[in-house]
Design a protein around this ligand. Structure first.
Ligand SMILES: *Cc1c(COP(=O)(O)O)cnc(C)c1O
Length: 407
């Protein structure tokens, strides 16, 4: 196989043909500024209205509760910073989890410097926040709870409806980062009791650089980008009409095919997980067994460096990701994997494969076949593995492992 095998759909997805087609006229023919009065601008304005409806429908919101932003990171920043600002008279305590995306965690870090106090909830070994711990963390000065709907690294889904209920009963605002969930699994802001929700177009076959912040009617929140009166005075800046149109179209298509896609992608994922766990010794699945995103498979392999796997997979045209982030030359294991309670050396051997609705069974089988060889080769070179095998007195798996060595 010398074609590209793209298994990094949690990082970004390919724009669908229909999405691109819907966007194109708004770059060239209908380029008018939708805020303008003249008739020529009307097409753009109409297209934005339609996209707002499409986005609202995907998450069970009203169109006037949809605010277009420049992506998931902006939506997260806006929700947290503006709510903190708006409610700081009531209190300065915010609750989030240890496994949030950096768009949330680094914003929380910033707010800590501004005098806010943040509680970072633990997660269990499968990545779930404890509702009990959440209840206990709420104080009279708690103004906001932000817990993600689906984790981008390990795929675990949180019980957001329950979290929302707890927040509502306590009179605390609830925001959820649903960037990984939107367009892939059902999202309903009413059922989930959320006050604010972040979504991003490029995570579900839409364009990059466009997102949504849902703000429930009646929620007091400040403007984040100051300037013109766009987005009902709450988010200034000339609208990214082609991007917004793309977001809307992607939302519409996701709504239409969601049930079918979930079933198909989940079956592929299960095949992948089954093969890896049964054919590769000392492997583990990260995240929840069943409460997980359809397309997410996250593993750790003992005695392996995630980066080495990625480089060898890349040589075969396979795009994958590991949990480790490379910062200033030092390899830090992922904060998410550490929060699961994994020791550093195991967290280092992580591999995330994220599927799309275009992923083929043959691609999965090819990747597992190659992965077996790669892991065998890397373990063969690992002094740690050699030590382990010596100490363990060459248990049975070693014989099986021989098969994976390539000449
Ligand atoms: C990708 C992602 C973001 C950031 O979205 P951008 O549109 O890339 O800014 C935020 N949260 C989660 C969970 C994500 O997966």
């Amino acid at each position: 196989m010398d074609t590209l095998i793209y298994l990094d759909n949690a990082a970004t997805t390919k724009v669908k043909g229909e999405v691109l087609e819907a966007m194109l006229p708004y770059f060239t023919e209908n380029y008018g500024n939708p805020s303008a009065i003249y008739t020529f601008a009307g097409q753009g304005k109409k297209a934005v209205d339609l996209a707002r409806k499409q986005a609202a429908e995907l998450i069970g919101a009203k169109p006037e509760e949809i605010y277009f932003t420049a992506g998931g990171s902006e939506s997260d920043n806006w929700a947290l910073k503006a709510a903190a600002e708006a409610y700081k008279e009531k209190g300065k305590h915010i609750i989030t989890s240890k496994i949030e995306h950096h768009a949330i965690l680094h914003t929380c870090g910033y707010l800590e410097k501004q005098g806010f106090e943040i509680t970072y909830l633990n997660v269990d070994s499968q990545g779930k926040v404890s509702l009990e711990e959440l209840r206990e963390a709420i104080r009279p000065d708690t103004i906001l709870i932000s817990v993600m709907m689906a984790n981008n690294e390990i795929g675990t889904l949180q019980d957001v409806a329950e979290i929302g209920k707890i927040a509502r009963e306590a009179g605390v605002l609830f925001h959820t980062d649903a960037v990984q969930a939107c367009g892939h699994i059902p999202v309903d802001v009413e059922e989930m009791n959320v006050d604010m929700l972040s979504a991003s177009g490029h995570k579900f076959y839409g364009p990059k650089g466009v997102g949504v912040l849902y703000i429930k009617k009646g929620v007091k929140i400040r403007s984040f980008i100051h300037g013109g009166a766009q987005e009902r005075n709450r988010r200034a800046g000339t609208l990214n009409v082609p991007g917004i149109v793309g977001f809307g179209k992607a939302a519409e298509l996701a709504g239409e095919s969601m049930v079918r896609d979930m079933e198909k992608v989940t079956a592929l994922r299960e095949h992948l997980i089954q093969r890896v766990l049964s054919e590769i010794p000392y492997s583990r699945l990260n995240g929840h067994k069943t409460d997980r995103l359809p397309g997410n498979a996250s593993f750790c392999f003992r005695f392996i460096e995630g980066e080495s796997m990625l480089i060898l997979l890349d040589q075969l045209g396979v795009c994958a990701s590991s949990g480790s982030a490379c910062t200033s030359g030092a390899l830090d294991p992922s904060h998410v994997l550490l929060a699961l309670g994994l020791p550093h050396e195991i967290a280092h051997g992580s591999l995330r494969l994220t599927l799309s609705e275009d992923t083929k069974m043959e691609e999965i089988d090819f990747v597992v076949d190659e992965l077996k060889k790669i892991i065998g080769r890397l373990r063969d070179m690992s002094p740690l593995y050699e030590d382990f095998v010596k100490k363990a007195g060459r248990p049975n798996f070693c014989d099986r492992l021989e098969e994976y060595y390539v000449q």
